[in-house]
Design a protein around this ligand. Structure first.
Ligand code: ACM
Ligand code: ZN
Length: 340
């Protein structure tokens, strides 16, 4: 697979079709479409129009981490449901399945800016003009929040025929939950022992709902930190070199797609993930037993777009590393030869 983040920067339908053509050329058969971020919500949801009216517009962007300077340049855009279906159709003609991701309960500031009642403090919030991890996440102790996300997912499963639906789950700070009366009430009611269990509660609700729609929930490997993931779910493993999270998942019989940031994150510069490093990485490591091998469904590259705003930049980051990834995914390690 290959992930493209359209939350941090927006790319047109026509350009995504070009990307899909290039994925097809490289035998990549899943397009993981990262549709929502702190910095922008990019998919039309009919029941909640403010998600795109408010959430798809970022006023400006910080010029560098920690700076107090902003670039005074708006970033906006979203895909209508018809456009998203057009992408699904275009990809399917090229034997590519589109997996949508709605990243929750963290990375949700664009949602909170649109519907502040879904946050622990009630806001006000803004579509984030900075990069990083925000403390402002969805309120886990509010039934209304859970219902809202189910409503969103109901529309998502109607747009995307993929059997896999990704609900994020990465990088979710618990600081607001520790202060929030609603979250604390749920915490006590459920007899929880640590704030992370609030995220697990949320994850399980989403997993049950997605399963009720006949689909499989996919989450980032954090959702398995306290075992909220089950063998009926799937993980995209991204942290570090992926080894720790892969082991933890396979021991519990949970399928994984390997996309460790070391090796698979093509938003990293060529100094951090050189073409050679990408080429020499492998989703099936020596720690995977023969019995576990079938649980390693494959690998996935990722292009996060905080620092990727133009098509030229996308292509600079992708090639030749996408070709290297393609060979990693489809050729036995014993047959790969960097010098050759
Ligand atoms: C991630 O890179 N936060 C999945
Ligand atoms: Zn709360």
């Amino acid at each position: 697979g290959f992930l493209v983040d359209v939350g941090r920067h927006f790319f047109s339908v026509d350009y995504l079709k070009e990307v899909i053509d290039m994925l097809a050329l490289h035998n990549i058969n899943y397009f993981h479409w990262h549709l929502t971020e702190d910095q922008g919500w990019r998919i039309e949801i009919k029941k909640y129009p403010k998600l795109t009216e408010i959430g798809s517009y970022r006023k400006e962007t910080i010029v560098a981490p920690g700076s107090d300077q902003f670039d005074n340049t708006p970033v906006s855009g979203y895909y209508t449901q018809e456009e998203a279906k057009e992408i699904v159709r275009y990809a399917a003609e090229r034997y590519i399945t589109v997996i949508p991701e709605i990243d929750m309960p963290g990375h949700m500031l664009a949602t909170l800016a649109s519907y502040p009642e879904l946050g622990c403090t009630g806001g006000p919030y803004e579509v984030w003009r900075q990069w990083g991890i925000s403390d402002n996440v969805l309120c886990a102790g509010n039934d209304q929040t859970i219902q809202f996300m189910k409503d969103v997912l109901a529309e998502i499963v109607d747009i995307f025929p993929s059997e896999y639906i990704h609900v994020g789950g990465d990088e979710c700070p618990k600081t607001q939950w520790e202060k929030c009366p609603k979250c604390q009430a749920l915490y006590k009611k459920e007899g929880m022992k640590e704030p992370g269990e609030l995220q697990d509660y949320f994850t399980r609700k989403m997993s049950e709902y997605i399963r009720s729609k006949g689909k499989i929930m996919v989450g980032w490997d954090e959702i398995n930190d306290r075992h909220a993931a089950t063998p009926e779910d799937m993980l995209t493993v991204w942290r570090d070199n992926g080894l720790k999270a892969q082991k933890a998942a396979l021991e519990r019989g949970i399928p994984v797609v390997m996309c460790p940031q070391h090796g698979c994150y093509l938003d990293w510069g060529y100094a951090g993930n050189s073409t050679r490093k990408v080429y020499e990485w492998d989703p099936v490591t020596s720690q995977v037993t023969p019995e576990q091998e079938a649980l390693v469904k494959g690998g996935q590259g990722a292009l996060w777009t905080e620092r990727v705003a133009t098509q030229d930049r996308v292509e600079w980051m992708l090639y030749p590393r996408l070709a290297a990834l393609s060979e990693v995914f489809w050729t036995n390690a014993s047959k790969r030869n960097w010098d050759d």
